[in-house]
Write a protein that binds this ligand. Structure first.
Ligand code: E4P
Length: 218
């Protein structure tokens, strides 16, 4: 399972990359706004800055919603760096654009996916990745991880090549459950990645090992 970080914060990306376990990055317009990145030139430069930190796929989301505008915007984003993946919303014009990008060899991430039906459309259109938002599904009192299981099952049945990217991760247990469910990728905030380290018995055990060493060695 690949680990992506879900942020536009360069320090968080550097910290996750320094662990040696980071495979890529996802961003969205809300995450870019959170970092105060505004204006087309600054936004495009920020994507390049991210690509220069992480040697892996970096999802850059289009803000257009009409087919030809999505295609034009996506081509501009894809031209920024070979690692850019064009993130396209799950709407009719988005699916048409994903098909166009697939035919042109441009990688895509179909975002805002909340059902297996939508995930089938994304795979049929040739999306490189599909992003079911599991945290937002949990927030509405359904089980987001069950959707990951369902999509993985369907994709396996038909040999769809689209990678299942579990998004909207809220905690470390989401990561573990997505791993059990067979997600190809999880994209997580830094806090959820760091949460994977935590176990009280590790802390207690290490403290004892070091105390025993110090007893004899000073
Ligand atoms: C990433 O691709 C998604 O845009 C992101 O995970 C959404 O997360 P949120 O539901 O926490 O906003």
């Amino acid at each position: 399972m690949k680990f992506f970080i879900d942020t536009a914060n360069l320090n968080d990306i550097r910290e996750a990359a320094s662990l040696g376990i980071l495979d890529g990055v996802t961003t969205n317009p809300s995450l870019m706004a959170k970092e105060g990145i505004k204006g087309e030139e600054n936004i495009l430069k920020h994507y390049v800055d991210i690509c220069n930190i992480v040697n892996g796929p970096v999802s850059a989301e289009v803000i257009s919603t009409e087919y030809s505008a999505i295609v034009a915007e996506g081509k501009k984003l894809a031209a920024l760096h070979p690692n850019i993946v064009v993130k396209v919303p799950m709407i009719k014009d988005g699916i048409k654009a994903i098909r166009h990008f697939a035919d042109e060899g441009i990688k895509t991430n179909c975002t805002l996916v909340f059902s297996a039906a939508q995930a089938i459309l994304a795979a049929k259109a040739g999306a490189t990745m599909v992003s079911p938002f599991i945290g937002r599904i949990d927030d509405s009192n359904w089980d987001g991880v069950q959707l990951i299981e369902q999509i993985v099952h369907i994709y396996n049945l038909y040999g769809f090549k689209t990678e299942v990217l579990a998004a909207s991760i809220r905690n470390s247990m989401h990561i573990v459950r997505c791993a059990e469910a067979g997600a190809d990728i999880v994209t997580c905030p830094l806090s959820s990645i760091l949460g994977l380290f935590n176990h009280p018995l590790t802390d207690i055990g290490l403290e004892k090992f070091l105390a025993d060493y110090r007893k004899l060695n000073g």
